[in-house]
Design a protein around this ligand. Structure first.
Ligand code: UDX
Length: 435
């Protein structure tokens, strides 16, 4: 099939490559000329394992082309996927202006047979209003359906090619048929299709992210309690996770969630519920956000407990991306902790296998080699659980620092191995005896 993908950020670039890998002919469109040029050259403008290689492959096969504007060629696509971003506005709501701009640009090229497929994460009700706008612009009833995307950074391509469900919201069932054809291989490989009305399809995405955020903040709330009573949140998570109704996934305590989705989506969801007059139903999500923020503050508090006044104290933060296998710094808990420590006067060095290129803070010293980054540190904080940091040799690390104290912000270190090598280990939600 001929498919246009509008918006080539994380979602769009991955989707374009995934659709091309399924054998379709893709036209990727983004107003950002630099992004278009980079993609044309087989360069993904962010780090995502396997994606650059897959892009190069589909370029070589002639399956994908990228351009900065719409034309007669893109107009003849059977499906137009809307993949533009919906960033957080200053008041917390989702900014949908890029979606409206995209359909304004698309409208003059839209035929009444092509199907527009919304994939961006949106406040419930957006699809209806986009549809009305498109109708105004084109003079016919557009075929618009909603198909939210659940990919995770770090496993984005895999998630796109093996989705755990395909959610499709429509007003007219027949509008979903071309999408079912486009996804035929995924469906044959076993991904279940969930057909819904449009508002429910819009809600599925924000509800799923709200639930995931709630799970993480739940265990982090337990960690707050555990710290006071001398209990262990990691053991607690394992014990409650045996109950299949609870499950142990997404129940890892630590410095909390970040990234381009979870924090923004819960805030956008709260804002939309308030607009709709059902704010109280989601007021608990404010606490979910609050618990998440408090974990970051807790690390700064622990640093002060260890070092006293932070002015001039040398602290190394291992990892600044919001999670491993990503160079995304948006809402990164590790980076925010590094910034708070620097603002409190500490001399902060940060290291990360992939994300240092995105660092713009002049008061953080970036060092790419992890062991070197530890030089003379009086406190080390594990902020992102990259394999490189998890497998650090504690004995080698000890030779670099001036004081062997580490705060495990992700609860991934082998505490006894680090202690045996002479380290004092502090971990969130755990009471660790150090001699
Ligand atoms: C998320 C959703 O998982 C995905 O379905 C959606 O499409 C986009 O948002 P992503 O932002 O890539 O994906 O990150 P995810 O793997 O969900 O992790 C989010 C954050 O939660 C990370 O900062 C991670 O470190 C943190 N986290 C996750 C925990 O602190 N504990 C956990 O147990 C799990």
């Amino acid at each position: 099939m001929k498919i246009s993908v509008i918006g080539l950020g994380y979602l769009g670039a991955t989707h374009a490559v995934a659709m091309a890998k399924l054998g379709h002919s893709i036209i990727g469109i983004d107003k950002d000329q630099a992004k278009v040029e980079s993609l044309k050259n087989g360069q993904i403008p962010f780090f995502e394992p396997g994606l650059s290689e897959a892009l190069k492959e589909v370029i070589k096969e002639g399956k994908v082309q990228f351009q900065a504007s719409y034309d007669e060629n893109s107009a003849s696509a059977d499906l137009h996927f809307l993949c533009v971003g919906t960033p957080q506005s200053p008041d917390g709501s989702a900014n949908t202006s890029y979606l409206y701009a995209a359909i304004e640009d698309l409208a003059p090229y839209l035929s009444n047979t092509a199907v527009v497929v919304g994939k961006s994460t949106v406040p419930v009700g957006t699809a209806q209003s986009l549809k009305e706008k498109l109708q105004q612009l084109t003079g016919f009833e557009p075929r618009l359906i909603w198909n939210p995307e659940f990919l995770r950074e770090g496993t984005a391509l895999e998630d796109s090619l093996r989705p755990d469900r395909i959610v499709i919201g429509y007003w007219h069932k027949e509008d979903s048929f071309p999408l079912l054809v486009a996804y035929e291989k995924l469906i044959q490989a076993g991904s279940p299709v969930v057909e819904l009305d449009v508002p429910t399809a819009e809600l599925v995405k924000v509800a799923a992210n709200a639930f995931l955020a709630t799970k993480v903040s739940f265990i982090n709330a337990m960690a707050e309690v555990a710290e006071v009573v001398g209990a262990d949140a990691v053991a607690l998570s394992k014990a409650i996770g045996y109950d299949e109704r609870i499950g142990n996934k997404f129940l890892r305590s630590g410095i909390g969630f970040g990234g381009g989705c979870l924090p923004k989506d819960i805030r956008g969801f709260i804002a939309r519920a308030e607009e709709l007059g059902v704010g109280q139903a989601l007021s608990f999500l404010k606490e979910i956000d609050g618990i998440n923020e408090r974990r970051r503050t807790r690390v700064v508090q622990l640093a002060k407990q260890e070092l006293g006044n932070l002015t001039g104290k040398k602290i190394t933060v291992l990892g600044i991306s919001f999670k491993p296998n990503s160079d995304d710094l948006r809402e990164s808990p590790a980076l925010e902790i590094a910034r708070s420590l620097a603002n409190a006067g500490a001399a902060v060095t940060v290291t990360d296998p992939k994300a240092l290129h995105g660092l713009t803070d002049s008061n953080l010293t970036a060092v790419s080699d992890a062991l070197e980054a530890l030089s003379n540190a009086e406190l080390v904080i594990l902020g992102t659980e990259w394999e490189e940091f998890r497998s650090l040799d504690p004995a080698a690390a000890k030779t670099k620092v001036s004081k062997a104290t580490i705060i495990d912000g992700r609860n991934v270190l082998d505490v006894s191995a680090w202690q045996k090598a002479g380290w004092k280990v502090i971990a969130l939600g755990r009471t660790i005896q150090n001699d």
